[in-house]
Design a protein around this ligand. Structure first.
Ligand SMILES: NC(=O)N[C@@H](CC(=O)O)C(=O)O
Ligand SMILES: [Zn+2]
Ligand SMILES: [Zn+2]
Length: 429
């Protein structure tokens, strides 16, 4: 069955919008032509026609860092609810973290995740597998078997790998299998139960602070290990000026390092936290305004390659435990694009082209995916976005089970209105 998306505003290579009709067949983009050229003919052929009405049509967004919570924490999220939430945010490919219960440290759990994602039938779900068994940092998992089962990379996200020797062994093994190592960078000895970053907020509320070095020490260590082993090393949720300095230098001398940043670390600083509300608690924590500015500049100059959400749903009961005791993490799928569009594109700092690239083409390039581009022959994974539509963030309306966001009530523009995966509309308003 053919699908034709008429009157799609599409970014050209110069970053200008052009009105196009996109023809989809067999799940692939078959043709991109100036609007109305073949519409009459195709309609006569009985194709399904979707009129985008001049709205933006981009490659579907790709999120390389998400938590779907299944198996084991289905009260927070399931693969199905997480997939629906992703689709609602315009995402068509998501890569899920292994900190489930059991941890995705065995081929059976990798297969389980893939099976559940297939049953949900919404977005493409790419599973990561753990570096160490149960993410305890003691014993490496069976990388070859996990790769064979469909894992796309190795990470102990949720915790840092504390032992340098363990990380080096992991990188050597991953490099031999041509697989990336994705690192949550955190030195536990520098953190010890602190719930927020060092700074004014921590001082005012008498809380222990997480220092910037707790992240950057791992980044520096791992860059040296990546240099020694030749692995593709990808840094999770970068949040400090110091980490960025190290990554920038490593890239300059040709070390195979890439990095990601979350919308909240591009927008919020610790001084913005309004009070002891755990919807503002995430790992890494909100840092200083200086760090926020460093993250923005790093994404602009390509030191940081991609945007990810680190979608991390938790239940209302868990988040009600307060700043010290609640788990770290906030949801992200359904606010990511509107937040960044409103704060950076609508306000004139970034081009639309840059934002879209960091959420589509760049993640595809970094992780070798065949999606992420609007090109003839590519998978027809698309997001349709209403750039004019303005609406308040209402967590009660989320498709995710998680309501844990600091952005409730924010008035944003640029809401996705339909999401297409392999030529099939998986979500529309
Ligand atoms: N980011 C978070 O604050 N939380 C994540 C873990 C993680 O990404 O490190 C989670 O699993 O809840
Ligand atoms: Zn993490
Ligand atoms: Zn995470």
């Amino acid at each position: 069955m053919q699908l034709i998306i008429k009157n799609a505003s599409v970014l050209n290579d110069e970053g200008q919008l052009e009105l196009k009709d996109i023809t989809v067949k067999g799940g692939l983009i078959e043709q991109i032509s100036p609007s109305a050229e073949n519409a009459a003919k195709n309609e006569a052929d009985g194709a399904q026609v979707l009129d985008a009405g001049g709205k933006l049509v981009t490659p579907g967004f790709i999120d390389m860092h998400v938590h779907l919570r299944e198996p084991g924490f289905e009260h927070k999220e399931t693969i199905k609810t997480g997939s629906r939430s992703a689709a609602k945010g315009g995402f068509t490919t998501i890569a899920c973290m292994p900190n489930t219960r059991p941890v995705t440290d065995n081929p059976e759990t990798v297969s389980f995740v893939r099976q559940k994602a297939k049953e949900a039938g919404l977005v493409r779900v790419l599973p990561y597998a753990a570096i160490t068994k149960s993410e305890l940092g003691r014993e490496l998992t069976d990388f070859a078997a996990l790769k064979a089962a469909g894992a796309i990379g190795f990470t102990d996200d949720g915790v840092g790998v504390q032992s340098a020797q363990m990380m080096k062994d992991a990188m050597k093994l991953a490099a031999s299998l041509n697989m990336p190592v994705i690192a949550h960078c955190e030195d536990n000895s520098l953190v010890e139960g602190a719930p927020v970053a060092e700074g004014e907020f921590a001082r005012r509320h008498g809380l222990k602070g997480i220092p910037n070095e707790s992240e950057a020490i791992h980044v520096g260590r791992d860059i040296l290990l990546a240099e020694a082993t030749g692995v593709h090393y990808h840094v999770c949720h970068v949040s400090t000026e110091q980490s960025i300095r190290l990554i920038r230098q490593a890239k300059q001398i040709g070390i195979n390092v890439t990095a990601e940043v979350c919308p909240h670390h591009l927008i919020l600083a610790e001084e913005d936290i309004p009070g002891l509300d755990a919807n503002w608690k995430m790992n890494p924590p909100l840092r200083s305004r200086r760090d926020v500015e460093a993250c923005i500049e790093a994404l602009e100059d390509g030191t940081i390659d991609i945007v990810v959400t680190d979608h991390a749903p938790h239940s209302a009961e868990e988040k009600a435990k307060g700043m010290q005791l609640a788990p770290f993490g906030i949801v992200g799928f359904e606010t990511a694009f509107p937040l960044l569009y409103t704060k950076f594109v609508a306000e004139g700092r970034w081009s639309l082209q840059m934002l879209v690239k960091r959420m589509t083409e760049d993640p595809a390039r970094v992780f070798g995916l065949e999606t992420g581009r609007l090109a003839v022959g590519s998978p027809a994974d698309l997001a349709i976005v209403d750039l004019e539509k303005e609406r308040e963030v209402d967590p009660e309306q989320f498709a995710s089970k998680g309501r844990n966001t600091p952005f409730g009530g924010w008035k944003l523009k640029g809401w996705p209105v339909a999401t297409i995966v392999a030529g099939k509309v998986v979500w529309s308003e």
